[in-house]
Ligand binder design. Sequence first.
Ligand code: FAD
Ligand code: DLZ
Ligand code: SF4
Length: 519
Amino acid sequence: MTKRPVLVPILGDQLTPAISSLADRKSDDTVVLMMEVAEETGYVRHHQAKIALILSAMRHFADELRAGGWRVDYIALDDRANTGTFTDEVLRAAKRHDARGIQVTEPGEWRVRRMMDGWAEASGLRVRVLGDTRFVCPLPDFYAWAAPRRELRMEWFYRDMRRRTGLLMDGDDPAGGRWNFDPENRSGPPPGLNPPAPMTFVPDAITRDVIDLVRARFGHHFGSLDHFGWPVMRADAQALLERFLAERLPLFGQWQDAMLSDHDTMFHALLSPAINCGLLDPVEVCRRAEAEYREGRAPLAAVEGFIRQIIGWREYIRGMYWLDMPGMASANELNATRPVPEFWWTGDTPMRCIAQTVRATRDNAYAHHIQRLMVMGNFALLSGLDPAQVADWFLAVYADAYEWVELPNVAGMALHADGGRLASKPYAASGAYISRMSDYCGDCAYKVKLKTGPQACPFNALYWHFLDRNASRLGRNPRLATAYATWRRMSEDKRADTLASAEAFLMTLEPAAPGWARA
Ligand code: FAD
Ligand code: DLZ
Ligand code: SF4
């Protein structure tokens, strides 16, 4: 290398050679910097499998880059000189390589963006922060979409993304004549429904080393490594995608909301950890799904539902994060202040839906969307759990969790902490919804049909307690008009009995011991 190089830091969720920071670089005057740092492994107490996934994927990616001719400076977690922070490692590397500049792709988290903003002054070098082209909608375009609108509904944004990508478009029209096939999706599970086993990958030598490291350094964090089977390299992520397309996609939509105790993953894709860290390109994933429809192997309703999650929800969520940060992190429209209970970490509760979801989360660092939204999220909403503590829990426990995607889902979609910017109505539901969508209630210590009393499903009284205590904020929401009318029609005695039942349950919640989510 004759010229002074440009330093290209690549973060643990930017693991693709197509990353924008490398797009205009030549290998002969570039040093790629990858950093395993204590600041990132510890800013929340991540699930052990999440750390293992990211560090192993980073190590595999470094090898992939080297094989492609790039010079990679890789700082391992236990390197003696490792300072433990992105900023200090970037400054150290800039000096070590006598870099003439720094080029980086924008990060997924506000916190890291603030760090990057200080790099130019601290290093005395020119720092170029490039847009993340893995997303369909560049952030400036999202801001321009949002600026003139009073209501930022996902559905309208999604249609723009369909037009922009051409996915499921027949000329100017949506395939099948409709943009959204949800009415044909989302049934409850019939007896005997038997989803295929999830595809898992046997850890190779690199992953085994990382697992040993994680056990030694982070063995006190939540979660098990015993079942670790996530893909940590591109070829395996591709195999997972192919398996999803063949075995799960055709039934994805129909059973999208269903939950079964013996099938933690149902017909879901399991692709979010790989997509979010860069092992799969989201639009490529959608193009492969579209091909299944075009070639007659998967119904349009399933494929449209799947593509909407990625170019609709995922893109919209990311736009909302950057639009509303930093305020989103402290938003608490409903003034919810109750601490997260201990059983969110231990799973030790007679509420079978929660026990099953926490168990799946501990085993796999994964729970599917409805477990996250309608079991954990719904419980947090109805019980009035503190949004910041709930966000810490979600950020820590899932293998796919980065703040740009976790926080809007928690604060906006699940908790209505943003006052309804993201979802026009809170996703509040009584036990009847969980009973319809799962097999959890049959074996639960609580009775889903009972409305009040110590044996009654806690969700039932909590639902009315939630509406009652938030009447001044939610009472005029037209989408809750029927629920409020039903509440008002109840006799005074019944209402008092319901509120007392909910209060009695809330009194039993034991706050989580400090140290589960943060040191
Ligand atoms: P599938 O159900 O098969 O969906 C396919 C893909 O669609 C996913 O891989 C994902 O890329 C995308 N997708 C679907 N829904 C969403 C959504 N609401 N937001 C963004 N992308 C979506 N997703 C994360 O990636 N990271 C998180 O930290 C995260 N936290 C969440 C917290 C809460 C409270 C809720 C309600 C949802 C959260 N989600 C999060 C969204 C969603 O639950 C996961 O993307 C999904 O469960 C991942 O599993 P899968 O790949 O099997 O998804
Ligand atoms: C989540 C995570 C973890 C656990 N460890 C690292 C790490 O050691 N090095 C790294 O580059 N990235 C890590 N990450 C992902 C980062 O937290 C992520 O890139 C930022 O939060 C920006 O989204
Ligand atoms: Fe959950 Fe209530 Fe069903 Fe028990 S009865 S599993 S607490 S919804």
